[in-house]
Write a protein that binds this ligand. Structure first.
Ligand code: SF4
Ligand code: SF4
Length: 207
């Protein structure tokens, strides 16, 4: 019969409209911004840079390898690598991004930067209240604006963050085992016999 679909649709609307007075689950709108609907875990917006520990600069995982800059389709990432190295949060000397900017007015939230990063250093954020009155620089996010802690990442994406934590812990344990299994460097032995005679500097001192 013509119009059956419309009648079915109106019945669903009426059921939800009346039902919303008794069951909050049927309310699909909320009084934003006072009320907010929880975001699904796989919601994503723009990227941010992850740091470990308490210090955003010391703990930044990014080593400025520039892979994400090269792969970003609209080319909205701009990185300048440091000339020097600084110890990361584990004390290992690393290059770091002297400049790391993302123009979020151009970013299309594709997540390619996240997928190509070999250091788990860049992840997708869920923050969406980013509107600005200015049209230009206000949407250019600088390194210090982009840096967010691993605790923050765990809060917004618990499943993904747990997988990354497990992977990094396993890699750190494997590296520690390899280091422990490596043979100790051979000690230099003072030459004896004719070699010692040719090289008086290496001969044992006489008392
Ligand atoms: S999400 Fe996509 S467009 Fe945005 S910075 Fe990453 S690679 Fe570029
Ligand atoms: S975010 Fe990752 S891919 Fe991009 S420069 Fe830093 S370490 Fe390299």
């Amino acid at each position: 019969m013509i119009g059956t679909g419309i009648l079915k649709g109106m019945a669903v609307t009426a059921r939800n409209f009346l039902g919303s007075y008794f069951d909050r689950q049927r309310l699909i709108t909320v009084q934003y911004p006072e009320e907010r609907s929880p975001l699904p875990e796989n919601y994503r917006n723009f990227p941010f840079l992850v740091y470990d520990g308490d210090d955003p600069r010391a703990g930044l995982r990014c080593v400025a390898c520039k892979i994400c800059e090269k792969e970003c389709p609209p080319q909205c990432i701009y990185i300048v690598k440091s000339e020097d190295k600084k110890p990361d949060y584990m004390g290992k000397p690393q290059f770091y991004p002297k400049i790391f900017d993302i123009d979020i007015s151009v970013c299309m939230s594709c997540q390619i930067c996240v997928e190509v990063c070999p250091f788990e250093a860049i992840k997708m954020d869920k923050e969406f209240e980013l509107s600005r009155r200015e049209r230009f620089d206000a949407l250019l996010m600088r390194r210090d604006d982009l840096a967010k802690s691993n605790e923050y990442y765990r809060r917004i994406s618990p499943s993904d963050a747990a997988q990354v934590d497990a992977k990094l812990t396993a890699a750190a344990e494997a590296a520690a085992k390899k280091k422990a299994a490596a043979p100790a460097p051979a000690k230099s032995v003072a030459p004896v016999g004719p070699a010692a005679a040719k090289d008086p500097a290496s001969a044992p001192a006489s008392s």
